[in-house]
Design a protein. Structure first.
Length: 109
């Protein structure tokens, strides 16, 4: 059996969260998760226990596509330093920067 993707895990976790929020008992919610996702009862309970800790549904990560770009060495050095200081990956930083740039560009024509 293959491992679940991050997107599948978030979907299952959010389903567990919704079942608990709807007032299902742990046993009934576990049964529902087992049927919906073909999970073992043990795995269903793991999702339910994790979902109990949430205050809101988990954010689903978007799929990513690798992109190769050429950037001046000085920019890469600054990017690495910022990545180390912030705890974010270089990909996260670049993705956020490009998203913000594109959002501003849409407003200006």
């Amino acid at each position: 059996m293959s491992r679940s993707s991050d997107a599948e895990k978030v979907q299952r976790l959010n389903s567990a969260f919704e079942l608990l929020a709807a007032g299902y008992s742990l046993a009934a919610a576990a049964d529902a998760l087992c049927q919906r996702f073909a999970l073992s009862r043990r795995q269903a309970y793991r999702y339910l226990l994790e979902a109990r800790q949430l205050r809101a549904p988990a954010a689903a990560a978007e799929p990513t596509i690798p992109v190769t770009i050429k950037v001046p060495a000085q920019v890469v050095e600054r990017l690495r330093a910022y990545s180390d200081a912030s705890g974010m990956t270089m990909g996260e930083i670049v993705s956020r920067a490009v998203s913000r740039f594109l959002a501003r560009t849409r407003r200006h024509g």
